[in-house]
Design a protein around this ligand. Structure first.
Ligand SMILES: Nc1ncnc2c1ncn2[C@@H]1O[C@H](COP(=O)(O)OP(=O)(O)OP(=O)(O)O)[C@@H](O)[C@H]1O
Length: 605
C-alpha cells in the first residue's frame, strides 16, 4: 500500500529559521516576492513598465490589531489552487512541467511562505482569482489549516491576494512601521511596481544601473557617487558600467579609492529581477577584481534556496568571466586615455593588476608600461628601463637588491628590484611573451664577475698577506676576495645570496638541535658549501693600507673591523660570532689608539 510522507511543520520551520535563512527578517522579502510573482502572472513580465502592479503593506501600527497585511493586485488563487499550492510544501506554481524554474518568476522552491512562521503562529490568506469566489485560508504553525469560501461581506472587490500575519510573542518588533519600512525598502525598494508601507511609497527613482535619458553624464556620476557613499561607505575612484546579455545583468562597479585586502572576498550587492538578493554576495567577479564593489541586477542568475547567495553554475562562471572582461577593457582604455590617473590607480591597486598580469597579456603590458619599478637608477617602468638600458637586469630579492644596488650603480650596472610580490614572475612572463626582451638575473654572488680584478703582478705581491687575511675571515665562515671597484670610498663589500644564507642557517641550526634533527638537516647539505664573500676594494685607500700593515695582529683586527662594517652597511643580521668580533675589533682598535696617543707627546693646549 502506497502512503504519503507526513511532514511536521514545526520541524520544517525550525530547519528554515536555523539553517536556511540567516534571519527572520526574510519573511518580508518572501511576501514581497510572492506579490511580485502574482502580479507578473496576472499582468505579464512587463507589468513594471506599464505601471499596473500594486503592493500595499500595512504594518502593525496601521492595522491597529498588531497584525501585518500585504495586499497585491496579482493573479490570486482558486480554492483548488489554495489546497495544491499554499498547503503543499515544496509545490510551486513557478516551475514548468519538467520542474524547472520559470524564468519570469522570482520564486521556484515552494517553501518561501513558510518563512512567515518564523515570526507568526498563524498565516491567513484571502485570495481571489478572476471569475472565482474569494477563498480564505488559515494555516497554523502546527501544520493544520482550514479553507473556506468567503461569506457575505467577506468578498474581495478585485482579484489578488492579502496575506495577514499575527506576530508570535517576541516578534512584534518585526512588524512595526519602522521595521517594515526598513525591510520593505531594503528588499523591495528597487522593484518596478508601486509599493507602499502604511500609505507611503518606498519605490521609484532611478536604480543605480538605470541610465535615464534626461540625466546628463555628470549628474548620473554625482548620483552614483552619492549612492556608493551611502551604501558602501566610500567615494569611488571611478565608476564602471557593467552589462552582460547572457545573465540579463546590468549594474555598476565602484572602484575602491583605498587598497583592498585580497584575501577578504569582495562583497557585492546583488538584485534578482530588482529584488534584493544579497548585500554581501561573493564570487560574482573573478578573484583578481578585488578592487571594486558592485551593485547589479540580474534576471538570469539563480539564487540558492536560502535566497541569500548566487548559485554556482556554468552561467555564474561565464558571467564572472564576462564581467572580468568589462573591467579589463576599462583598465586598458583608462591607460590609453588618462595615463596619469592610471598611475594613481596602480599605486593603490597594483597587487590586483599584477596578479591579473600573470595570466593576461594585456595586463602584463599595462604593468610594464605604467607601473614604476624600484631600480638602482631611480623609479622606472619596465618599458622605460628597457628603452634606456637595453638589458633588463634584475634581482629576485629585496635584501639582495639593497646589498647590490649602490655598488652595481657605481659600476654602471642598472638593476631592477624584482623582490616585491609578483614582480619576478612578471619579469619572467614578460621575457617569455616578448621575444626581443633580454633579461638577466643578478645575484649577489654574480656581482663579483662585474668587479675589476687586480693585475697579475699586484695579485702576486699581495699573495702572502691575503693568505693570512683569508685565515682571519675563514674563522668567521667567510671567503675573501680583492677587487678594484667604484665607489672608491667603500672599503669592503659583504656579498651573501639567499641560497648561501639558507645553508648558513642550516649549519647553525644543526649545531643547536638534537642528533635526529641534525642528521635530517645534514641530508640537505651539499658538498663544497658556498660561503659569503667579503670583497676588499683595492681602489679604497684605507683597504690598501690595512693590507699593507706590517703588524699581523693589527691587520687582523682591522680586517675584522672592515668585515663587521660591511655587514652593517648591507643590513645583514649579526650572528653571535659577528657581535663578538664587533666588540673585539672595536675595543681593540680603541685600545690601540689610546695607547698610541698616551705614548706620543700630548697637545692639550
Ligand atoms: N500573493 C500570492 N498570490 C498568488 N499566489 C501566491 C501568493 N503567495 C503564494 N502563492 C502561491 O503559493 C505557492 C507557494 O509559495 P511559496 O512562497 O511557498 O513558494 P514559491 O514562491 O513558489 O517559491 P520560493 O520558495 O522560491 O519562494 C506559490 O508558488 C504561489 O503559487
Amino acid at each position: 500500500m502506497s502512503q504519503s510522507f507526513r511532514v511536521d511543520l514545526r520541524g520544517i520551520v525550525d530547519l528554515l529559521s536555523h539553517h536556511l535563512y540567516t534571519s527572520p527578517q526574510v519573511y518580508a522579502r518572501e511576501l514581497l516576492q510572492n506579490a511580485v510573482d502574482a502580479i507578473t502572472a496576472a499582468h505579464g513580465a512587463d507589468a513594471g513598465q506599464r505601471g499596473v502592479g500594486r503592493i500595499v503593506v500595512e504594518s502593525a501600527d496601521s492595522t491597529g490589531d498588531g497584525s501585518l497585511t500585504v495586499t497585491d493586485n496579482g493573479v490570486g488563487l482558486s480554492e483548488a489552487q489554495v489546497h495544491e499550492l499554499l498547503a503543499t510544501i515544496g509545490r510551486s506554481s513557478k516551475r514548468d512541467e519538467l520542474g524547472f524554474a520559470r524564468h519570469e518568476f522570482l520564486g521556484q522552491f515552494g517553501i518561501g511562505l513558510l518563512s512567515c512562521f518564523m515570526v507568526s503562529d498563524a498565516v491567513e490568506v484571502t485570495t481571489r482569482r478572476e471569475g472565482e469566489p474569494t477563498v480564505l485560508w488559515h494555516g497554523a504553525s502546527d501544520g493544520s489549516y482550514t479553507v473556506r469560501t468567503a461569506g457575505p461581506g467577506e468578498e474581495r472587490p478585485e482579484t489578488g491576494t492579502t496575506v495577514t500575519l499575527r506576530p508570535r510573542r517576541g516578534s512584534e518588533h518585526l512588524l512595526t512601521r519602522a521595521s517594515v519600512t526598513e525591510l520593505a525598502t531594503r528588499f523591495g525598494g528597487r522593484l518596478p511596481h508601486a509599493v507602499t508601507v502604511d500609505g507611503v511609497g518606498i519605490t521609484g527613482g532611478p536604480a543605480p544601473w538605470d541610465r535615464p535619458e534626461d540625466e546628463t553624464p555628470a549628474r548620473r556620476r554625482a548620483r552614483l557617487e552619492a549612492y556608493c557613499q551611502e551604501v558602501f561607505g566610500f567615494a569611488p575612484f571611478d565608476v564602471v558600467d557593467l552589462e552582460t546579455a547572457e545573465a540579463g545583468l546590468r549594474g555598476v562597479a565602484f572602484v575602491l579609492p583605498m587598497p583592498a585586502n585580497p584575501s577578504v572576498p569582495a562583497a557585492h550587492r546583488v538584485y534578482l529581477k530588482r529584488m534584493l538578493l544579497s548585500e554581501r554576495a561573493e564570487r560574482l567577479l573573478p578573484e583578481w577584481a578585488f578592487f571594486v564593489r558592485c551593485v547589479v541586477d540580474t534576471a538570469e542568475l539563480r539564487p540558492t534556496a536560502g535566497r541569500e547567495a548566487l548559485y554556482e553554475d556554468a552561467l555564474l562562471e561565464s558571467t564572472r568571466d564576462a564581467l572580468g572582461d568589462v573591467l579589463r577593457t576599462w583598465l586598458v582604455r583608462f591607460g590609453r586615455q588618462d595615463p596619469a590617473r592610471l598611475r594613481d590607480f596602480l599605486r593603490v591597486h597594483h597587487l590586483g593588476v599584477k596578479a591579473l598580469a600573470l595570466h593576461d597579456d594585456e595586463m602584463l603590458r599595462l604593468v610594464a608600461d605604467f607601473w614604476p619599478m624600484e631600480t638602482n637608477v631611480g623609479p622606472h617602468t619596465l618599458s622605460e628601463f628597457r628603452e634606456r638600458y637595453g638589458l633588463v637586469r634584475w634581482t629576485p630579492l629585496v635584501d639582495e637588491f639593497r646589498q647590490l644596488a649602490p655598488v652595481a650603480a657605481a659600476q654602471g650596472l642598472a638593476v631592477v628590484n624584482a623582490g616585491y610580490v609578483y614582480d619576478a614572475q612578471i619579469l619572467e612572463r614578460l621575457a617569455a611573451v616578448e621575444p626581443g626582451l633580454e633579461t638577466e638575473v643578478l645575484r649577489a654572488a654574480d656581482l663579483t664577475t662585474h668587479l675589476e680584478r687586480l693585475d697579475a703582478e699586484e695579485e702576486r705581491a699581495l699573495a702572502p698577506v691575503l693568505a693570512a687575511a683569508e685565515k682571519v675571515l675563514g674563522r668567521l665562515g667567510c671567503d675573501l676576495l680583492v677587487r678594484s671597484f667604484q665607489p672608491a670610498g667603500l672599503p669592503a663589500l659583504y656579498l651573501l645570496d639567499d641560497d648561501t644564507a639558507f645553508r648558513m642557517d642550516l649549519r647553525e641550526t644543526k649545531g643547536r638541535v638534537d642528533d635526529v634533527w641534525a642528521s635530517i638537516l645534514g641530508s640537505l647539505e651539499t658538498d663544497g658549501e658556498p660561503r659569503p664573500r667579503l670583497v676588499l676594494n683595492h681602489r679604497n685607500a684605507l683597504a690598501r693600507q690595512v693590507l699593507s700593515l706590517a703588524d699581523p695582529e693589527l691587520r687582523a683586527t682591522c680586517l675584522e673591523g672592515l668585515y663587521v662594517q660591511a655587514l652593517l652597511l648591507g643590513h645583514h643580521p649579526l650572528r653571535p660570532a659577528d657581535t663578538a668580533v664587533l666588540n673585539q675589533s672595536f675595543l681593540g682598535l680603541i685600545g690601540r689608539a689610546v695607547s698610541a696617543s698616551a705614548t706620543s707627546p700630548g697637545d692639550d693646549r
